[in-house]
Design a protein around this ligand. Structure first.
Ligand SMILES: Cc1cc2nc3c(=O)[nH]c(=O)nc-3n(C[C@H](O)[C@H](O)[C@H](O)COP(=O)(O)OP(=O)(O)OC[C@H]3O[C@@H](n4cnc5c(N)ncnc54)[C@H](O)[C@@H]3O)c2cc1C
Length: 358
């Protein structure tokens, strides 16, 4: 909070994410903090969740950076990588010296990653990658990209270091959400990688999907951090802003808003804590994570929007955090599985019927 809050409005307005922050996040032990060994903190799932909550109370961009580093980049290397890949990347990623990104989404493959067009084909012992990845957090600042590509043997993950010939990243501009976060396009044109660039431990969509379950778990907590910040801003404003001769927090309509906000915040926190304890016990299922991601992001966004109404015109400025959080949460609602996709996941779990296309 001390580090993020004084500067976040300026970073958001400028559309930048300071790269050096990764080192500071590493010093705090927040990068890959729920992983064991290789310089990672080995924290519990609940501890990791609480860290996500506090980071996102600052800005969703900071929680996103930590999620992508720990859950989407370090997790697949830790879980599916060779010993050489782990020792090469994880210790440096845990300190923030090296940054990772996760390339799954493509221009024509978002909710349906199974339709990806990026390919990896063999050329002797080497691999040749071709394709485009889009909306990739940390893409242009990453030292290594975890890229998912179609092979003769199903979808496989590849570690693509920055500077590899045929691999370029360029930033996506004009975002109105998650502005304090780098979002990039990755372009792979006859990008040649050595045989040992592939993650040996996983084949098929379950590779990237398992990473997404990890990251979604962090969002379950993180979104509530943004919601808490909005509620706090709304209470502070409502108790000091006067209209009709008294604080607007003294009006029953305003109190109803604040009470509804705190009720949903506390329910979401209990859900996150329950899931965290299940994760620590090894009993958390992907369906449960979908349910909680759906609920907690939806409610966090509703809280942020309601908080904005309490702040009136002041609520639309960067002087207060509420619309910044609400705008950020629009991205959080969409990435790591849209709310519609998570609805279909839970619907399938309830009925046994698959309502996805195809
Ligand atoms: C700021 C930001 C950062 C991101 N970072 C990353 C990253 O680091 N790595 C990465 O790989 N991706 C990243 N993404 C991409 C994100 O995961 C995708 O945007 C998301 O999966 C949705 O894909 P899409 O945008 O192509 O939407 P689409 O899949 O085209 O969906 C459009 C709409 O159709 C709905 N829809 C789709 N299918 C169905 C269906 N079967 N039934 C009902 N409705 C349906 C969706 O829910 C949505 O409302 C990021 C996105 C954003 C905005």
């Amino acid at each position: 909070m001390d580090r993020v809050l004084p500067d976040i409005a300026a970073w958001y307005e400028a559309g930048t994410f300071p790269r050096e922050v990764f080192r500071e996040l590493g010093e705090l032990g927040l990068l890959g903090m729920h992983l064991e060994g290789y310089g990672c903190a080995g924290a519990s799932a609940v501890e990791y969740g609480l860290a996500c909550l506090e980071l996102e109370a600052g800005d969703s961009g900071f929680r996103s950076a930590v999620s992508v580093q720990g859950s989407l980049s370090m997790f697949p290397i830790r879980t599916y990588g060779s010993e050489a890949q782990r020792t090469e990347w994880l210790p440096r990623m845990a300190t923030g010296e090296a940054i990772g990104c996760f390339g799954l989404t493509e221009p024509d493959a978002g909710s349906d990653p199974g339709s990806m067009r990026t390919t990896a084909r063999r050329d002797g012992d080497d691999w040749i990658l071709d394709g485009t990845k889009m909306w990739i957090t940390n893409g242009s600042i990453a030292d290594v990209a975890v890229v998912w590509a179609r092979t003769d043997d199903g979808i496989r993950g590849f570690l693509v270091p920055r500077g590899t010939p045929g691999f370029t990243a360029r930033d996506m501009a004009h975002k109105l959400s998650l502005r304090a976060s780098v979002t990039s396009e990755l372009i792979l044109e006859r990008c040649r990688l050595p045989a040992d660039a592939v993650l040996p431990g996983v084949r098929g969509l379950k590779g990237p999907l398992s990473c997404l379950t990890e990251a979604r778990y962090g969002i379950v907590w993180g979104a509530l951090g943004a919601a808490r910040a909005c509620l706090e801003a709304a209470i502070a404003y409502a108790t000091t802003r006067e209209q009709f001769g008294r604080p607007i927090g003294g009006f029953q309509l305003t109190q109803r808003k604040l009470v509804d906000m705190v009720v949903e915040l506390e329910k979401g926190l209990l859900l996150a804590l329950h899931l965290g304890r299940r994760k620590d016990d090894g009993r958390l299922t992907p369906d449960q994570v979908s349910l909680a991601k759906l609920n907690n992001v939806r409610e966090a966004l509703a809280i942020a929007r309601e908080a904005r109404t309490i702040l009136g015109a002041n609520g639309i400025t960067l002087e207060y955090p509420v619309l910044r959080h609400a705008n950020n949460l629009e991205s959080v609602l969409t990435y790591e599985g849209t709310s519609e996709v998570h609805t279909l996941v839970v619907g399938k779990a309830l009925t046994g019927l698959d309502a996805f296309g195809g």
